[in-house]
Design a protein around this ligand. Structure first.
Ligand code: DAT
Ligand code: MG
Length: 148
């Protein structure tokens, strides 16, 4: 089992795609173990994208991610990091295949709706950054909820 950090970016929130994105993750079979909406501070945005600090798009990226609310999530499943990246699609929305989140909803490289951790180390770093108090541990058991 892996847990991955997933974030709906300000464009996804503003465009009303939160439910759509969550539905795709739920339908796939991943389990939601963390969820909150926040307007990121510069500090957390810079820590999140520290790896891109020297890139020309970095300051625009920080401005974008701090421009409004994001939905920060943690999702668990077998190979959840790769599974989530496959659901999300490649960075550039115009090149992402239909059926992926970016392929279906994004037309640009920066405003691409959603972030997903790219490896185990990154996932650990990002989950600790965005969920410093930890995440929920629970097992799926619908039957015991349907019947009292
Ligand atoms: P991904 O989000 O697919 O993991 P990344 O880690 O390479 O992509 O880059 C992080 C974010 O930075 C990406 O979601 C959008 C932005 N970005 C990347 N390359 C860019 C570029 N050439 N121009 C503008 N924004 C870019
Ligand atoms: Mg990345």
């Amino acid at each position: 089992m892996q847990t991955t950090y997933i974030m709906i970016k300000p464009d996804g929130v503003q465009r009303g795609l939160v439910g759509e994105v969550i539905t795709r993750f739920e339908n796939k079979g991943l389990r939601l173990v963390g969820l909150k909406q926040i307007i990121p501070s510069n500090e957390i945005a810079e820590a999140h994208y520290a790896v891109h600090k020297e890139r020309p798009f970095y300051s625009g990226l920080i401005d974008f991610i701090t421009s409004g609310p994001v939905v920060a999530m943690a999702w668990t499943g077998v190979e959840a990091i790769k599974v989530a990246r496959n659901l999300i699609g490649p960075t550039n929305g115009r090149e992402a295949a239909p059926g992926t989140i970016r392929g279906d909803f994004a037309m640009d490289i920066g405003h691409n709706i959603i972030h997903g951790s790219d490896g185990e180390e990154t996932a650990k770093y990002e989950l600790e950054l965005w969920f410093p108090d930890g995440i929920a541990e629970w097992q799926r058991d619908a039957e015991s909820q349907i019947y009292e």
